[in-house]
Ligand binder design. Sequence first.
Ligand code: BGC
Length: 461
Amino acid sequence: MSPEARASRLAGSGGRTRRRGYVILLAAVAATGGLLFGYDTGVISGALLFLRTEFHLGPTAQGIVTAIVLLGAVIGAGLSGTLADRFGRRAMLIVAAVLFAVGAVLTGFAPGLGLLVVGRLIVGFAIGVASYVTPLYISECAPARIRGALVSMSQLMITIGIVVAYLVDFAFAHPGGWRWMFGLAFVPAVLLGVGMLLLPDSPRSLLVRGREREARAVLARIQGPAVEARKVGEIEATLAREEASTWRDLFRPRLRPALVVGLGLAIFQQITGINTVIYYAPTILRFAGFGTDAAAILATAGVGLINVVMTVVAMLLLDRLGRRPLLLGGLAGMIATLVLLGLGFMLPPGHRGQLTMACLMVFVACFAISLGPIFWLLIAEIYPLKVRGRAMSLATLTNWLFNLIVALTFPALLHTLGATTTFWAYAAIGVAAWIFARRVVPETKGRSLEEIEASWHPQPA
Ligand code: BGC
């Protein structure tokens, strides 16, 4: 029986609670894509220590092994946009799962550096695809009332993936242990693939491809038979307004405001410096004179945990307070802690370790309630259906590109400008991000995706 037929059979049988349970299940399975994203980007920090000695890697080779994943993500996010619109979200998540699994096996068993790099490139490609298809799929399945929380499950799983990676790195911190660190990603990859094989595609993705009967079945299962008829009508009316789309349509004047919001948030999410902490926290802490290597690594796990906890807080607040207040409040907190962080480095070495630690924790907490989840959430909400896959893939590609740029430039900036100037530069960018968010980011709380789409091109009365 196809997943859509199964959804149809179950549609009549459940009440509201059952429907909600089902949509949470869809979101949780798809969010395994987020877990893999977090795990596979976080795992390298620990693995690198052992790869360095086993393969005699110099600084350049280490940079390549680290950055190749980000490069793969740029390519994956860019190449799969059209495919997500043509073949649907579910198919792309299954493809990503297969690539994650292949990458895990290749990197886990790699006999030499060559295959290791190829494996990491494939993993990066899968991350690029999963990073935007996961929130896209969830947003198109979720009822408007709880969409913020459900889409943010993907960000929650990213943060959990990062912490799990730190812990696995810690558990396998012995020569040859890096094979386990990479190889263990095979398990969630299989869960994602099998889970998505059993679940249906999103109703909107089915309707775009003219599969109305299946779309109705899924909608009835998710939103109930009463809402189904109205929703299909709304989505079809929205589709009828849009002509067939190409990449060039993305740049039409009518779509420009949405494009600016998505690309702006993509860039600001990265260049306000979150991954200087996620990738380099132990380096920053040691630079600040913080205890020993072991203490710095443990403190980093603490930072990772705060990231998880505050993402849960964001999930609870997004559909109540709205996206804008959290975004503006969180950004203000990020700016304040970056300024303090810079100031802290002016103190004598003996005094700055604890302050630096506290700043990193508050900085990550503020990111976790604002730019972290809200970038991924908004790009899954603001684009018209016909171009949604492509538009999200462009925003995601941009996000990965700037992630790569920050990862490559941060050590050099720290070295040449010094810590104070570097963190103040990030603070200044944070101010620009705040002004940008205040001026152009729309509030999407409680509105259906069709209402949001209509708001970009108001109909004449
Ligand atoms: C960002 C990643 C970052 C992670 C940290 C995500 O939203 O896109 O670059 O590493 O959050 O939690």
